[in-house]
Design a protein. Structure first.
Length: 321
């Protein structure tokens, strides 16, 4: 079984710098906001909205303390990730350090952001994320519940890693310019981001109830065959789960106990290996970017860094040999 590359639309990006807080909140589509500035002085606020087909990211920078109240879109599940330096009072509680906030309570949200606040909210379509959770065989109703706030550092290392990934993806999405970059950015936004979020939430909260070893080993063989057949299309973890019949947790365990790395890392390494083979046999005037894109790498900085880490040389050095 193989998959075909899809071509989703380009993500919509809106970048607004606003003195008027109502102008700023008016750009948060579907949000019912009532924000009030608490300090005197001319504000310099900024919001960047990046909208995919099923996922919306908002990067919010606020110059002054603001009392924020409201509700998020009912058809979406929304979570907030402020920087560790940003001070926030959530439901009357001051919380220090990197934290994830759940905006999905029935009564909405009520928070005070302090001067110089910066944070990212990510909203997933409920229909889409429940579908992805089902394909991963994760109990979404147990994962996406109300539990405010969830600490990212110490207690929840997986969510801390997700937070760093989210911030890096925001930079990549903001800087995507070419059609290929926009295409891969859209795939990352709507497919990879929710998978990483769900699996990060699941890691510390699900019991280790794996399938029998023989079942995992059989699933591993199916997964490796499927990855080899489809690695050029960079299949998602839900695709691999569907092809093998394993849950995400059993799939992850099978790879780590037999190969020492997870399925995502295995896939990345295979794509890097195939790109290297193509670079070393490429005809004159071949461009590194074309081969990288051919194997699903759209961010050239990330590709070069991963390539050098894997092979101890740059892609350009492989190309000229």
């Amino acid at each position: 079984m193989s998959i075909k590359e899809s071509h989703p639309a380009q993500p919509a990006i809106a970048n607004v710098i606003a003195n008027d807080i109502d102008e700023l909140t008016g750009k948060m589509s579907g949000w019912d906001n009532d924000w009030r500035q608490l300090e005197t002085g001319r504000p310099q606020n900024r919001i960047e909205v990046i909208a995919g087909q099923h996922t919306v990211i908002q990067q919010i920078r606020l110059s002054h303390s603001i009392h924020q109240q409201g509700k998020t879109p009912s058809q979406m599940m929304t979570f907030g990730f402020p920087t560790s330096q940003s001070l926030l009072s959530w439901d009357g509680r001051e919380v220090a350090g990197p934290t994830m906030y759940d905006f999905n309570g029935a009564s909405g949200y009520d928070t005070v952001s302090r001067q110089g606040f910066f944070g990212v909210t990510v909203s997933f379509s409920k229909v889409s994320i429940m579908h992805i959770a089902e394909r991963l065989k994760l109990p979404a109703t147990q994962i996406l519940d109300s539990n405010l706030p969830r600490l990212l550092s110490g207690e929840n290392y997986a969510l801390g890693e997700f937070r760093q990934y989210l911030y890096g993806l925001c930079d990549d999405l903001s800087n995507a310019k070419t059609p290929k970059e926009c295409h891969f950015a859209m795939v990352e936004l709507d497919k990879e981001l929710p998978v990483r979020f769900l699996t990060a939430l699941a890691k510390p909260r699900l019991e280790s109830r794996g399938q029998p070893l023989k079942v995992r080993q059989k699933g591993l063989r199916l997964a490796v065959d499927y990855i080899e057949a489809n690695c050029q299309y960079n299949p998602s973890i839900p695709d691999i789960c569907a092809a093998t019949g394993l849950s995400w947790r059993s799939l992850d365990r099978a790879f780590k106990e037999c190969l020492g790395i997870g399925p995502k890392r295995y896939l990345v390494n295979l794509r890097l290996t195939q790109a290297r083979r193509q670079l070393k046999s490429a005809p004159p005037r071949t461009q590194v970017v074309d081969i990288a894109n051919n194997w699903g790498f759209w961010h050239m900085g990330d590709f070069a860094r991963e390539y050098r880490k894997m092979f101890c040389e740059s892609p350009a050095e492989s190309l000229t040999r």
